[in-house]
Design a protein around this ligand. Structure first.
Ligand SMILES: [Zn+2]
Length: 495
């Protein structure tokens, strides 16, 4: 049997025109080749799998092609072919991760003494940020006094780890992640070339899963190409990739949005039974929430669900899942996931006083009593949820720090507006103690974890006299309207 050459290698771009998704880089490199103004050293930065070393190799060919220096290396001459196959003696491809010491750089420096046989000798150093400090210093000496006909191309995923002294001697190009549509088009053309029968939905799944890396996208297609004589559809694709079917996740989100606790947890249970780990479920929820956010105003089917959940809740759901994935809880991940999902199920939309005022000032809006009533109910329901959450905060603070927790005895959550929690304390002395930065940080950190977003807490003491700004606030005609509609009491106002 013939040795199988992976698709990523078979279809690696051989010239600048074939590089996809990096037009800003290709244009600049081509014009500097055409004008013969090349930099002594290049730094290619960007995520993995977006074409950094491929571009470096094409640049090496463009410089050394036997047909002469040009932005269109022939690809046919023995030099071009040898560079493509990584066996050209004057183009060194060095992996910075495994040749990171000063001795490795010294070897490079020693062999700089020999005149290159080709037009130029080119050193491509991948993952250059991995070099040791001593190696960088040795390299710097070479860059300061470069021998003739020597050029460096550095590639890195972490440019911030490359010393400034090196950076300042390089022309830098930042490679970008590719967007899904570009990857999709590319995969579609490769599937045709390789006679792989795969439908557009399946290709779209691969394009999303590749997360901007064209190399990963091609590897995924390669993985599926074993089934090339079948018709590869989305179902098979999800199966092979071990990913949760998007339909299943959207269905789960629908249950969450409808506040169906039992059905939601049953669905999660059935995912466990199908072998998915809590992290995978959370990852898939997060990715699909992001997808809903992106397609909020689109014509896609999912935009209906997106509109139903609303931007506010989508972003808070996302926050919870991101927190779950970032924050290793002491609880088992399974319980922690279910707690977070339950919190999502119970979540309702927030309506701030600011939005209500905005609506009252906007005569074209719908102010029928039923609309306003609905909002009042939502706010009331939300307040009770927040009160429960605040009780959780007090409990956790007490567990963590008994003294700080004590200051929160009989405290009351007055309101949550955007990222600010206003909490009223039972004793004015506690306000001062809790406002100390370390005490405040403890409470804010725990509240942030429980609400699933960054929060600032404003501690207030029980009011005994009415400050001036409060009187002004009360006399405002809009506030009076709100007060009458809701039969409300004013507790505090922005000062
Ligand atoms: Zn050539």
């Amino acid at each position: 049997m013939e040795n199988y050459i992976v698709m990523a290698r078979r279809y690696r771009p051989g010239n600048f025109e074939e590089i996809i998704g990096q037009p800003h880089i290709v244009t600049t490199l081509k014009s500097s080749l055409e004008s013969g103004r090349l930099a002594q050293a290049y730094l290619f930065t960007g995520p993995r799998g977006v074409g950094k070393t491929t571009t470096a190799r094409i640049l090496a060919k463009a410089i050394n092609c036997e047909q002469g220096l040009s932005s269109h290396p022939c690809g046919e001459c023995s030099t071009c072919q040898a560079i493509t196959q990584s066996r050209f003696p004057d183009v060194y491809e060095i992996d910075g991760a495994s040749n990171r010491g000063v001795d490795d750089v010294r070897t490079i420096r020693e062999n700089l003494l020999y005149t290159p046989a080709a037009r130029e000798r080119i050193y491509i150093i991948d993952e250059v940020h991995m070099l040791t400090k001593e190696a960088f210093n040795a390299l710097l000496k070479t860059l300061e006094e470069p021998p003739p006909r020597i050029r460096f191309i550095f590639a890195t995923t972490e440019p911030e780890k490359v010393p400034q002294t090196i950076l300042s001697r390089c022309q830098r190009f930042d490679f970008r992640l590719l967007n899904e549509n570009l990857i999709f088009q590319h995969l579609k053309s490769l599937a045709e070339l390789d006679d792989i029968h795969i439908n557009d939905q399946a290709l779209m799944i691969l394009s999303r899963r590749a997360r901007g890396s064209v190399r990963d996208a091609i590897s995924l297609l390669d993985q599926l190409s074993v089934f090339k004589h079948k018709n590869i559809d989305e179902k098979l694709t999800y199966e092979i990739l071990g990913e949760i079917d998007q339909k299943v996740i959207m269905n789960l989100l629908e249950l969450i949005a409808d506040h169906q606790v039992k059905d939601t947890l049953d669905k999660v249970e059935s995912l466990y039974n199908n072998g998915y780990q809590p992290e995978e479920i959370a990852q898939s929820l997060a990715e699909n929430l992001y997808y809903l956010l992106k397609n909020f105003h689109s014509q896609e089917d999912c935009s209906k669900l997106a509109q139903k959940i609303g931007l506010d809740r989508i972003s808070r759901y996302l926050n919870l899942m991101a927190n779950f994935l970032n924050y290793k809880t002491k609880l088992s991940t399974k319980i922690s996931l279910e707690m977070n999902i339950t919190r999502m199920v119970r979540m309702v939309d927030t309506t701030s006083i600011k939005d209500l005022l905005l609506e009252i000032n906007n005569p074209s809006g719908d102010f029928s009593p039923s609309t306003l009533k609905k909002k009042v109910n939502l706010t009331a329901k939300q307040t009770s949820n927040h009160t429960e959450l605040w009780e959780e905060v007090v409990k956790s603070v007490k567990q963590k720090d008994r003294i700080t927790g004590g200051y929160l005895n009989n405290s009351e959550l007055i309101k949550l507006e955007e990222e600010i929690l206003v909490v009223q304390l039972s004793n004015p002395g506690f306000q001062k103690l809790l406002s100390r930065s370390n005490n405040k940080q403890i409470v804010e950190k725990i509240a942030g974890e429980i609400w699933g977003k960054n929060l600032t807490i404003k501690f207030i003491a029980q009011p005994n006299s009415k400050p001036k700004h409060l009187t002004q606030f009360e006399n405002d005609s809009n506030i009076k309207t709100v007060k009458n509609i809701f039969d409300a009491e004013i507790i505090d106002s922005p000062d």
